[in-house]
Design a protein around this ligand. Structure first.
Ligand code: TXA
Ligand code: MG
Length: 343
């Protein structure tokens, strides 16, 4: 693990966390690993610091940020009216890949919450992230550390690719574990509502609290998402991506048709099915029998397609259960909801 100061000597290493914590105290932005994806952190109490996050990412100012904490004392300073079901969920899943939306209070920068009355809070399950929060002695506002619209970073290299020269540093903790972002759960009503599927599945939440709803916008595109960030295009590789629902023979026929038209075709598949295809670039992204491995590798795969000149990318489809919910949510976004079904 090391911290790089991107504006100075890239080959120099630092006593990483202390250095990064000092930069954060000076209202600079620093990327750091979490168990889901890399975050781009800044002092959540400072307008100046939080403004730098939006600027570096090119993020629309109406899209609020998640506040990262390392203790429940910090939670009490930022939020109020925490329902019993949320306390139960926190006991079971924190630190971990689930973010809770509560009514806000206290000294948070208004830029963190994009003017909303609510705040999204998460305690990440990563030793470097927790240590950074502790040493900086600050709640850290942190979106995923990618340029707005690009796949979220699951390695320090991805952050470097997107934000080189725009931020004060990166804490490199190697590859992240979960691979997709945290589940965002609205806890301002009587029943929790999933605003974004993620690292903790609907089934896991149900086991603890029974009833849980999902934002209608997750199922029907005609609804406006309750989570501002969910309305934006996201994760797209450079070549247009289409999801194919059908068997491998149907899939290959589509590839052949496109190639006959002179197109260079990329394929997003899995270990089990990669041998069935002939195309210009084939990327196996985890195993169908374990959808958490697909989640782990998804963003890296989407980025890898950009390394070659392709005209279109076809992706396999996955069952929408367990981690498959987060995977399909991200894939559909990356595809701009283009799906071809065998019927
Ligand atoms: O795993 C993660 O959640 C990563 C790591 C770095 O912690 N972070 C992340 O942040 O994915 P970001 O900014 O890329 O996504 C945050 C999502 C957005 O969809 C945003 O609109 C939503 O959370 N959000 C933030 N505050 C909210 C609020 N008060 N009400 C509803 N949605 C909110
Ligand atoms: Mg993001």
């Amino acid at each position: 693990c090391w911290t790089v100061d991107m504006n100075k000597d890239l080959s120099r290493s630092y006593p990483q966390i202390t250095q990064a914590a000092n930069l954060l105290k000076q209202n600079e932005v620093v990327a750091f690993p979490t168990e889901t994806v890399y975050g781009l952190g800044a002092n959540a109490l400072s307008d100046e610091a939080v403004g730098k996050i939006y600027q570096a990412k090119g993020r629309p100012s109406d899209n609020p940020l998640i506040v990262h904490i390392s203790s429940l004392e910090q939670l009490k300073e930022l939020s109020k009216d925490i329902p019993l079901y949320a306390q139960k969920l926190m006991n079971v899943f924190w630190p971990g890949p689930i973010t809770f939306v509560f009514f806000k209070k206290g000294r948070l920068s208004n830029k963190v919450t994009a003017g909303l009355e609510t705040v999204a809070v998460r305690m990440p399950d990563h030793p470097l992230a927790l240590e950074l929060i502790k040493q900086s002695n600050l709640p850290l506002a942190a979106p995923s550390a990618n340029l707005s619209g690009k796949p979220s970073p699951t390695a320090a290299d991805h952050v470097f690719e997107d934000l080189q020269g725009k931020i004060a540093g990166i804490v490199d903790g190697g590859r992240t574990g979960v691979g997709v972002e945290s589940t965002v759960l609205d806890c301002t009503g009587e029943v929790p509502i999933i605003l974004r599927p993620g690292g903790i599945t609907k089934e896991q939440i149900e086991e603890v609290v029974g009833a849980v709803e999902a934002d209608q916008a997750l199922i029907n595109e005609a609804f406006t998402p309750k989570s501002p960030g969910m309305k934006y295009a996201h994760y797209s590789p450079e070549a247009p991506l289409t999801i194919i629902e059908g068997d491998t023979i149907f899939f290959q026929k589509l590839i052949d048709e496109a190639r006959l038209n002179g197109k260079r075709v990329g394929v997003l598949t899995t270990e089990e099915q990669k041998h069935f295809y002939k195309a210009d670039l084939i990327i196996a992204c985890g195993s169908r029998s374990q959808l958490d491995t697909v989640a782990q590798q998804l963003y890296d795969a989407l980025r890898k397609f950009n390394e070659q000149q392709l005209d279109c990318i076809y992706s396999e489809s996955f069952p929408s259960e367990g981690m498959g919910q987060a995977v399909m949510n991200r894939l559909l976004k990356a595809a701009g909801h283009r799906v071809i079904s065998q019927g």
